[in-house]
Design a protein around this ligand. Sequence first.
Ligand code: 13P
Ligand code: SF4
Length: 303
Amino acid sequence: MKFNDLVSKIKKLKKDRGAIILAHNYQLPEVQEIADFLGDSLELSRIASHTDAKVIIFCGVHFMAETASILCPNKKVILPDIDAGCPMADMITAEDVKRLRDKYPEAVFVGYVNTSAEVKAELDFCCTSTNAVELVKNIKSKREIVFIPDKYLADYVSQKTGKKIISWHGFCPTHIKILKEDIIREKKLHPQAKVIAHPECIREVIGLADEVISTSKMVKFCSQTDAKEIIVATEVGIIYRLKKENPFKTFYPASERAICPNMKRITQEKILFALEDLKPEVYVADRIRKKAKKAIEAMFKIL
Ligand code: 13P
Ligand code: SF4
């Protein structure tokens, strides 16, 4: 099928189905180009919960589509490739969290949005990379804090809040590919450049960054900064959006190896099939959904 045929078919079918297309900042350029909204995990869940559309085509990974389904049970949430998962989210199960609860019965449990619905159902608070530091700062209780599953994000939050945090051994296989040596090399090559890093990066990388921020904050920072050159320490897919929105600035990926294969599974063709068949659907059953929603609402309440 020719490119334009595909795009016009998607547009027409989207209208017929009363659908919107949401895409994460790491998606392929061909997906970003046809999305109604681009954003990070927090922004996309907010848009999902406020839209009037009956169908949400979620171009991201499984936990993001699940979060949309938790927030809007009456909408059909479609993930165009059902195998687009997040290895970090798969590094902890609800059983693991229950065991941690037995071990730390007094603790407050905070979990990254990069978790399954079953795991969210066992948490007190859910958070995203945009608000993890603020959320933990705002927990007034003196109880200890368990933060799962990302040990690097947990470490960063502990550093920023000065609070002792009990972490899990999860990590993002894409972000740990960015090494301290990559940042040192890029800084040498581009001495005027600012370095922005995602908090899923390892500590040595975070230590060399000018800004440690989520993908939505990266988008904002890059449009507002006076810097003309920026080294980007996160998944490379975001650079397409950054270049498009800032044509007079130059962006350098900290490492070309920082590619999330799951984020690249969705294509225009799969979006068209998803709109034709209205599947694969991601649906969270009520029993889990109600408990998981509480942790997400607790996040919205304290921030
Ligand atoms: P953001 O919420 O910052 O977009 O991060 C999501 C993610 O999966 C990062 O790897
Ligand atoms: Fe998961 Fe890492 Fe991919 Fe984000 S970049 S979806 S954390 S594997």
